[in-house]
Design a protein around this ligand. Sequence first.
Ligand code: PLP
Length: 289
Amino acid sequence: MIPHVDNDSIVYLNGDYLRLGDAQVSVLDRGFIFGDGIYDVVPAYNGKPFRMDGHLARLERSLASIGIETGMQRQDWETLVQGMLQRSGLGDCMVYIQVTRGVAKRDHAFPEGVKPTVFCMVSPFVRPTQALRQQGLSAVGMEDVRWLRCEIKSISLLGNVLAKQYAVDAGVDDVLQFRDGNLTEGSAANIWVVKDGVLLAPPRNNLILEGIRYGLMEELAQAAGIQFTARPISRQEVENADELMLSSATKELLPITSYDGHPVGSGQPGSVYAALRQGYDDAIEKLLG
Ligand SMILES: Cc1ncc(COP(=O)(O)O)c(C=O)c1O
């Protein structure tokens, strides 16, 4: 029995559909031993996956970047996600997919002839409330001490775990991480900065995980006539920002209204946030038909 989870929910493990409480993986799985694996999280609204293509393309990129071959094609991943959504019977939910290099004698080098472990589960998703959208989040800055391959959606998340705990210990919602004086990202989210009406984000490179909302935000900005620039953003620029916001599958798009104990801009969600948030809601409405 695992406390605090629904042991009766159905999960997928290596071709089988099992009760979560019955699903088991060897202690020699390289995910457990080395954190040698990748994952992705596809959000769904009313049982319909949102931006699934982007998530599955990123899953394939992550797999290719660490040399894991599952033999699964795009269509197989889609079938897995859709099938899991149907089995779960859930409306708003998150489809979690994890692939590790598989089970082998403990040795750092890639083992030969080992089948990857493929796991999938679906969890209910409570959307950010209107109150939270209006109030916004609080954040503090910290040094980014993670590795230099943050573009891979690795299951080795110790740096992100420590970053989130830093926020919890500081009594805030999240952190803004900085490397060499420039903004990277939150503990599990991309960060957006607004100055003089221009939307800014750190460039897509190995220092951040490119969220599926990154491309979406570019589209929403363009549709709303908001200028977007991807470039390095200094600590000082973050401190002097008119608006800050955060995006991820689970947080959607939320304003950060307090940073390092000071209000961001007016301390209220700003007009650029409002325009982009409207676009985000419209995109979900469109999905739902
Ligand atoms: C480190 C990190 N950056 C960014 C994101 C945002 O990605 P997405 O928009 O695909 O959820 C996540 C999401 O989990 C993340 O863990």
